[in-house]
Design a binder for this molecule. Structure first.
Ligand SMILES: [Zn+2]
Ligand SMILES: [Zn+2]
Ligand SMILES: [Zn+2]
Length: 144
């Protein structure tokens, strides 16, 4: 079997095109075909479209609009069509991810993933290698 080596990118320049405000529902259906199984939301205009395993309307949306950055409702991963890979440095997308996570799970995401420095009191090294570097890697092979 093949290992799908998708390396998430940390410096996608297109994330900067994303507006800071957003309105979407993680339960929205595809704007084109109404499918509700595997949808993505465009982070630029909040259009919801289905992924490649359905009718690829999100890809069509990108080709029409060049809105490159999309967020998966399935696993809350972020994909950039321009970079053609997953994005892990979410920047302004953080608010969207939190909102989507709350809509999906009814609670905000755990904070352990982001870097939490300045712990209270402990000096020097605490319990070995507890580095929180991108723990929630998106499942490979689920690009839109
Ligand atoms: Zn990009
Ligand atoms: Zn669709
Ligand atoms: Zn769009």
């Amino acid at each position: 079997m093949e290992y799908f080596s998708v390396v998430p990118k940390e410096d996608c320049p297109h994330v900067g095109n994303v507006p800071t405000s957003h309105t979407f529902s993680v339960r929205a259906a595809c704007a084109e075909c109404g499918d509700a199984n595997e949808n993505w939301v465009c982070c630029v205009c909040d259009t919801v479209c289905c992924g490649r395993h359905v009718n690829r309307h999100m890809l069509a949306h990108y080709e029409q609009t060049k809105h490159a950055v999309v967020l998966s409702f399935s696993d809350l991963s972020v994909w950039c069509y321009e970079c053609d890979c997953y994005i892990v440095n979410h920047g302004v997308l953080g608010a969207r991810l939190r909102d989507a996570h709350e809509q999906k799970f009814g609670a905000p995401p755990p904070e352990s993933s982001s870097r939490r420095r300045g712990s209270s009191g402990s000096s020097g090294k605490d319990k070995g290698k507890g580095k929180g570097k991108a723990p929630a890697e998106p499942a490979p092979g689920t690009s839109p």
